[in-house]
Structures are given as C-alpha cells and as structure tokens.
Design a protein around this ligand. Structure first.
Ligand code: FES
Ligand code: FES
Length: 162
C-alpha cells in the first residue's frame, strides 16, 4: 500500500507516493527518477547513496521514505543546480573523480562536514569520509579536493580577502 509523503526536496516542496517498504533510495531512483543518488551495496556499507536529511548525512538505502514527512532532503541534484558548487569544481580540477560512482555521496558527506566545520584538518576530513568507499582514486585526490575547498571558503570569509 502506498502513502503520500510531503517533504522539501532540494529546496522545493515535494509530494510523492511511496509503498511502505520503500527506502529514500527507492523513492529517489524508482519513484522520482532522480538517479544521481547511487545504489551501491544497498545495505549501508558503501556510502554511495549518501544524502543530507535535515542537513545530516544519512544512507538513503537504510532510511524509510516515510521518514521524510515534513523534513528537508538534499540530493546531488540540488547541489550546484544554479552554479557549480566549490566542492564540485575542486573534485573536477584535482582529478578526484574517476568513474564517478562514489562522487555524489562524497560531495554530500563533504558538504555536511564543511557546514559543521569549515576548517577541518586532514584527519577530520578522512574521518568524515571514512564511510564513503571509492574503488578508483585511492582517496588522496578526494581528501585534497575537500581541503582545497575548505581553504577557499576560509579565504572568501576572511575580511582581508580582496
Ligand atoms: S547503497 Fe547505501 S550504503 Fe551502499
Ligand atoms: S571515482 Fe570510482 S568509485 Fe570513486
């Protein structure tokens, strides 16, 4: 049996029908044809399905769609929709994207980190992304991209920046 769920999706009101057993990942990919959120392991291990629920990273494959009611969801489709996000620019410029399968989840996990801690050290970046697996890059470029983005945010926030 399906039920209507009302929530905010990428800054806009959304009303969607979902069977009771659907996860957020099912709703995004099968119900709303939003394919940017990746289905990797389907059991909470790889982080490819990471989305931000009320600003917090969650694994979309583990959370029921019904839990979206009245809440705010950000997916990769809502990141850089108007202009490229600094994280996306840094990932592209520094070669932090190879096959790209892990990238949406990485970007969203990194966004949550930088929102909570705009000046993380490398250890904090590694810790924040520890649950997001990448088979291609060896992580070095990904960590570098997040650090570079944090540095740019700090420069822009500095009163002495010109
Ligand atoms: S698909 Fe959700 S954690 Fe792997
Ligand atoms: S770029 Fe291929 S899994 Fe990360």
């Amino acid at each position: 049996m399906s039920a209507a769920i009302e929530f905010t999706l990428n800054g806009r009101p959304c009303r969607a029908d979902a069977p009771g057993h659907w996860t957020i990942l099912d709703l995004l990919r099968d119900g709303l044809a939003l394919l940017g959120t990746k289905d990797g392991c389907g059991e909470g291990v790889c982080g490819a399905c990471t989305v931000l629920l009320d600003g917090e990273p969650v694994r979309a494959c583990l959370v029921l769609a019904a839990q979206l009611a009245g809440r705010t969801l950000l997916t990769i489709e809502g990141v850089g929709a108007d202009a490229p996000d600094p994280l996306q620019d840094a990932f592209a410029a520094l070669g932090a994207v190879q096959c790209g399968f892990c990238t949406p989840g990485m970007i969203l996990a990194a966004r949550a980190l930088l929102a909570a801690n705009p000046a993380p050290d490398e250890h904090e970046v590694r810790e924040a992304l520890a649950g997001n697996l990448c088979r291609c890059t060896g992580y070095v470029k990904i960590i570098e991209a997040v650090m570079v983005t944090a540095g740019e945010i700090a420069r822009c926030a500095s009163p002495r920046s010109s």
